[in-house]
Ligand binder design. Structure first.
Ligand code: GLY
Length: 302
């Protein structure tokens, strides 16, 4: 059996964390624990695609992060969730503006497995849960008090708050497994006080999520509209594939493009050699990672 050292990275959102002296101990503990589980599953031979789904599911279930339970709320006070997943062989699935799958990334994975369509949205995506055997939750399950208070603040200021205006954000995972296969997955509630029906980069294969076994796996976080405009995740792959750029250089350049078009954020990447990159334009990005079987590390600030 091939025995590549495994690598992975997780993110829990990028942002200009308002409390710079705050240790974010609970966020770090959650990331470190989830990272340790993902690494141990990869070391036991779990395929990269299953590992990124597992990592994102655990982050969706954790209230500290803006995805699944604890997601931010739209103008109507609803949690509308986007997610996507892609394997390095090109198989992919995505869901947008869903309100019922308990783990949106697992509905995206079911679409990948089903193979007929890449993306389902809204009420029809919700309805597909039953047909695909995906666990559902009542819309209230996703809503927590902190998010309702955050929505009140955004309404009072008549603003749409990006996921990086608060120390909370999108979640994502990238991995290289024992066979050298790559995969990426991303999940989010988007932005506080966003328009109902708005879909960000997280639901868009190529913008928020991309994987190709010959180059890299990427998951992004930040101002979704900007990441869509620069086709962020796929662009890193194409720069590596056609331009022979190393992943870290391509990733830094794409983050600069996001800034140049008025956005901000960060991303996680793993390349075919198992190297990890974690660039950001923000003050911080919740993250955990391990390169080539090294011990798991976690961090918040740049
Ligand atoms: N990056 C998440 C979003 O903008 O929805």
């Amino acid at each position: 059996m091939p025995h590549h050292p495994v690598s992975f990275a997780l993110h829990g959102g990028a942002g200009d964390m308002p409390q710079r002296d705050h240790g974010y101990a609970e966020h770090l503990a959650a990331l470190q624990a989830i990272g340790t589980q993902v690494q141990s599953a990869l070391q036991d031979g779990l395929p990269a695609l299953d590992a990124v789904e597992m990592g994102v599911r655990l982050l969706e279930d954790c209230e500290h992060f803006n995805a699944g339970r604890g997601a931010v709320l739209n103008t109507l006070g609803e949690a509308e969730l986007d997610a996507s997943i892609m394997g390095g062989d090109g198989a992919c699935g995505a869901v947008a503006a869903t309100r019922r799958p308990r783990n949106p990334v697992t509905l995206a994975r079911a679409l990948l497995n089903d193979g007929r369509h890449v993306m389902l949205a809204g009420a029809h995506a919700d309805a597909a849960c039953e047909r695909l055997g995906i666990s559902m939750a009542e819309p209230e399950y996703f809503i927590i008090e902190d998010r309702q208070r955050q929505l009140e603040r955004a309404r009072a200021h008549a603003t749409v708050m990006l996921d990086h205006d608060e120390p909370l954000g999108t979640v994502g995972a990238v991995a290289r497994d024992r066979h050298g296969r790559l995969a990426a997955a991303t999940s989010t509630g988007g932005m506080t006080n966003k328009a109902a029906g708005r879909v960000g980069d997280t639901g868009v294969i190529g913008a928020g999520t991309w994987a190709n076994d010959q180059t890299c796996a990427i998951s992004t976080t930040g101002h979704g509209e900007s990441f869509i405009r620069v086709n962020a995740a796929a662009q890193i792959h194409w720069r590596m594939s056609l331009g022979h750029e190393p992943m870290h250089a391509a990733a830094e350049l794409v983050i600069q493009q996001v800034v140049d078009c008025g956005g901000m954020g960060g991303l996680i990447g793993v390349d075919r050699d198992g190297l990890v990159c974690l660039p950001m334009s923000t003050l911080g990005m919740f993250r955990a990672w391990s390169e080539l079987d090294a011990p798991v590390r976690s961090a918040v600030f740049r």
